[in-house]
Write a protein that binds this ligand. Sequence first.
Ligand code: PHE
Length: 341
Amino acid sequence: MKDTLQKILEEARQSLQAVTDEKTLEELRVKYLGKKGVIKEFLGQLGSLEIEMRKELGRIANEVKDEVERLLEEAENRLKSLKREAKLKEGVVDISLPVKSFPVGYPHPLTLVTQKMVSIFQSMGYTVVEGPELEKEEYNFDMLNIPKHHPARDDHDSFYVIEGWLMRTHTSPVQIRTMLAKKPPIAVIVPGRCYRRDAVDATHSHTFHQMEGLVVGENISFADLKGTLLLWAKLMFGENTQIRLRPDYFPFTEPSAELAVTCPVCHGPGCPVCKHTGWVELMGCGMVEPTVLKNCGIDPSKYSGFAFGLGIERVAMTVYGVKDIRHFYENDIRLLEQFRA
Ligand code: PHE
């Protein structure tokens, strides 16, 4: 009977060492170790033997069982590593190849300019507010003192959506929204998207961005406007920047001015960016028209204010030397990549 056990073990060893697939391995496991397996069957036959013999054979049978278990595990590991090797061969990976860099996004140039302006004004104590792009005609024009017959209100210049509502043509209606919602002192900036029915060319786009500024308080003067914008220009374009204010006209400011800065590119002598003038015109500004204050329930005999508004694309084109506004919207990755921080 001992021989039988030896034979069982020998057979098991041979078949387990030869096994090449998982299915056969499982069948062998059942054959040797299963409830109705070879070893169980052998043990079942021991009942009729005398006790000493039974003990001895039982012990050997257990040893055989342990050994078969070990062989099974060995075969299982061998199959696993064969499988892994086959997989590796299937898709050979050359671990010496350099790593392909993961594409990482970075801010759009218009975002960079906006962020810089926002942080400059925040450092002066301004709060950022926003308004809707679909705006009431009343806020976009009437309450800003832009009369009904003004050419800017022409159907051809604005995107009217439904009666009384249009896509805002500037960020100035947020002046109205701010003054209706909050009493002075007010110091806000308003970055945002605006719309005009302009034919697209190198310097015009039907969709563009502005940043509005509004300060209202007691004793706010034109000197405050000038000082604020000079400080902004120096922080934005460099310490040596100078500003120039020339009379202009806006229905919602009086007096009104147009602000130019010394060319941030050539710093004076003249270049294509400043059209050889040494100056770049950047924004409209002025003292808030008393009628506008009154329209918002603010007493113009007690309070005064200044406002300014500029085109973000224009600033970005100036500082980055971008010659065509369309570059900002085409999202050509070769252009955008140049603004990687
Ligand atoms: N809203 C004006 C424009 O779009 C700019 C401006 C803002 C002028 C505030 C004066 C004061 O041209």
